[in-house]
Design a protein around this ligand. Structure first.
Ligand SMILES: [Zn+2]
Ligand SMILES: [Zn+2]
Ligand SMILES: [Zn+2]
Length: 328
């Protein structure tokens, strides 16, 4: 089981997993995923091994008869679909059952593939799988927030995959973004993301690439070296309202950004997250503007960040954008 516990001073929610608790020996043996060798056992995400995974919630068939994208419930979820909506005190603390959904999107049958080298029509299929699952999960009134995220390479399995989380609370990062968006809207009656897009297109120096519907740029106060955001140029609060033409266009932007990371930094480990408005009419924010944030997991000064909450970024975003523009 997993629990959501609220840190009472900053009011931050923490997922504490108790299913398979890790002890000292797990951490002694721990190496960052990009330093690990693959163990070479059977891969549950490879074609032919579907029996090793829970039954799929969605899949797209390929012309050859197999599947091209497959979505399955995570065997070790942070959030579980069963259970009641139970927030309770534990002494002075708040605890909530981690109700939600945690699914894995197996992005391709090809174990050795990666986003930078995939055909863009395969990336389109992944985006379609995200959209279809979000549209279905939205029907469950208990969920407040979706998060689509990916770690590359995968922490437990190198087979290309990403995560879809449906959560019973709005995570702090989204909450802060909504607060900022609403504050700006009240003062200017405009969307801050739409204004940022106009500003960046005008200034050019932090733009990495621009497609018909999307802008890819290094944000002004990038927290991480080569942090890059992919933002739709048209105002839209929800990722899953994306249409086919936008999906096609987004797959080009994604492929192009990740192949640039590969060329410039020799296949760096990265993470991305889709930030989209909370769901259900009572939480939904039409002022919000969905986007994708990516960061490379390189050169972090984690101690300083942890201690102060400040980020230190030794690569100015203007330089990062210039490198990424030129390598394309
Ligand atoms: Zn595999
Ligand atoms: Zn906007
Ligand atoms: Zn964001």
């Amino acid at each position: 089981m997993a629990e959501l516990r609220r840190e009472p001073i900053t009011r931050m929610w923490v997922v504490v997993t108790t299913d398979d608790p890790k002890g000292p020996s797990d951490y002694l043996a721990f190496k960052p995923p990009y330093q690990r060798q693959e163990t070479g056992g059977l891969c549950p995400f490879c074609p032919g091994n579907e029996g090793m995974t829970p039954e799929e919630t969605f899949s797209l068939k390929s012309e050859g008869g197999g599947w091209s994208v497959r979505v399955i419930p995570n065997k070790f979820p942070f959030f579980r679909i069963e259970g009641g909506f139970d927030r309770r005190p534990e002494g002075m603390y708040d605890v909530m059952e981690a109700i939600g959904a945690h699914e894995i999107v197996v992005e391709t049958p090809d174990h050795g593939q990666s986003l930078g080298f995939m055909e863009t029509n395969q990336i389109e299929k992944i985006l379609l799988a995200y959209r279809e699952r979000l549209t279905d999960l939205e029907k469950d009134q208990r969920f407040q927030q979706f998060l689509i995220l990916k770690n590359y390479p995968g922490i437990f399995n190198r087979h290309p995959h990403s995560h879809i989380l449906a959560m019973p609370v709005v995570p702090r990062r989204i909450d802060e973004e909504i607060y900022g968006t609403l504050d700006y809207y009240q003062r200017k009656e405009r969307c801050i993301f739409c204004d940022i897009i106009k500003e960046e297109i005008l200034m050019k120096k932090r733009v990495i690439l621009e497609t018909v519907h999307f802008l890819v740029f290094s944000p002004f106060a990038s927290r991480y070296p080569f942090e890059s955001w992919i933002v739709p140029k048209k105002h839209s609060p929800d990722f899953h309202s994306i249409n086919e033409e936008e999906r096609e266009d987004l797959s080009v932007a994604i492929q192009s950004l990740f192949v640039r990371f590969y060329k410039l930094l020799s296949n760096p480990p990265y993470s991305f997250a889709f930030h989209t408005s909370p769901i259900q009419s009572r939480f939904h924010r039409s002022e919000y503007h969905w986007h994708i944030e990516t960061r490379l997991r390189i050169g972090l000064r984690e101690g300083f960040e942890w201690g102060t909450g400040f980020f230190v970024n030794p690569t100015p975003p203007e330089d990062a954008a210039a490198y990424l523009r030129e390598v394309g």
